[in-house]
Design a protein around this ligand. Structure first.
Ligand code: COA
Length: 334
């Protein structure tokens, strides 16, 4: 008989690298301006990795942040899932490298790639494992360092991304209440060309050569914008319907921080209360999988989110993927 153990979100944390790049600095690299970037995206500055910092470094810091807050012994963690599109190495996985560096020697560890929907995809996996009784303490680490792979001469892409990591600890609920009220995932591989980072490599010298592609993010910005506005409102409404909830019954809307214009349009279309929308793209840009957990943790720590509460999380990005979740956030999680 499958078990159905309710899941508790027991902690959230984040980390961003110290180095900040402003819009004015970007305008020394490409033909753009602070005014263009602010008005088209909402972004004012972003944090980027420097020197040897990478997605593992960011993830370890975010993981340690949540572990020290929750006072969990790393040896008690059963599973680490890292949601990342920018692994430091193709292998070993980011999750295995984080496992070693935080001393979670008893954990199973693997990565999941769902780009900016990474948190929601990883949460759904954690929920399945915890609900079935297979694992108890599950650490999710969402970490991306896209600044390493943008073409710094492509003005429509280089201003968008920033680097960072978020972490979330989940475990069986102590009071029978399930903090994951609803979760819904979508993948549309047919639209995969809208955002891609091709790792072409180089064929064996004994065979016909392949076409080597530059290691840069390709993004069709307009198509991405249209994708979000065409499909996401319907998906968000379906998630609300499945939970038998209305938008105005949700305390906070925490969307993926991709573009302020997208957030405003979604908020308006769904009917979320504008005062209850969490935004921090101004400071961080689009940090991909890390964006929702960074926005959530920072808003809790700054008192913009009052706990306990309900929150609607939405992620969308390369794949193309979407993920929506309605969650309960308990007192003391950050
Ligand atoms: N500074 C100045 N001009 C820029 C620019 C920049 N940083 N980036 C693009 N432009 C120019 C283009 O070259 C183009 O010029 P042209 O008309 O002379 O050819 C013009 O602005 C319009 O380009 P377009 O790409 O159509 O702009 P846009 O209004 O769609 O804005 C984005 C571009 C990227 C900001 C916007 O499409 C967007 O945010 N899309 C969603 C991207 C996203 O969220 N991605 C992540 C999803 S996880």
């Amino acid at each position: 008989m499958p078990k159905n153990i309710p899941v508790m979100i027991s902690g959230v944390g984040y980390y961003v690298p110290k180095t900040v790049v402003t819009n004015d600095e970007i305008s020394t690299l490409v033909d753009t301006s602070d005014e263009w970037i602010r008005t088209r995206t909402g972004i004012e500055e972003r944090h980027v990795v420097s020197g040897s910092e990478n997605s593992v470094f960011l993830g370890v810091n975010a993981a340690n942040n949540v572990l020290s807050h929750t006072k969990v012994n790393p040896l008690d963690i059963d599973l680490i899932i890292s949601a990342t599109s920018i692994p430091a190495k193709a292998y070993p996985s980011v999750a295995c490298e984080i496992q070693t560096q935080i001393g979670a020697d008893n954990a199973v560890a693997f990565d999941v790639t769902a780009a900016c929907s990474g948190l929601i995809y990883a949460m759904s996996i954690a929920k399945a494992y915890i609900s079935s009784g297979m694992y108890k303490k599950v650490l999710l680490v969402m970490t991306d360092a896209n600044s390493r792979f943008v073409d710094w001469s492509d003005r429509s892409v280089c201003c968008i991304f920033g680097d960072g990591a978020g972490a979330m600890l989940l475990e069986p609920s102590v009071d029978g209440v399930d903090d994951i009220i609803e979760i819904d995932l979508t993948a549309m591989g047919k639209l995969g060309d809208y955002i891609s980072l091709e790792i072409s490599g180089k064929n064996c010298p004994l065979v016909k050569p392949n076409e080597e592609k530059p290691l840069h993010i390709h993004m069709a910005g307009r198509d991405v914008y249209k994708f979000v506005m065409t499909y996401l409102p319907e998906k968000i409404n379906k998630t609300l319907e499945n939970a038998h909830m209305l938008a105005d019954e949700i305390d906070y809307f925490i969307p993926h921080q991709a573009n302020l214009r997208i957030t405003d349009a979604l908020t308006e279309r769904i009917g979320f209360n504008k005062e209850r929308v969490i935004e921090n793209i101004q400071k961080y840009g689009n940090t991909s999988a890390a964006s929702v957990p960074i926005a959530m943790t920072e808003a809790i720590q700054e008192g913009k989110i009052q706990l306990p509460c309900t929150a609607f999380l939405t992620g969308f990005g390369a794949g193309m993927t979407c993920g929506n979740a309605i969650v309960r956030l308990r007192k003391g999680i950050a």
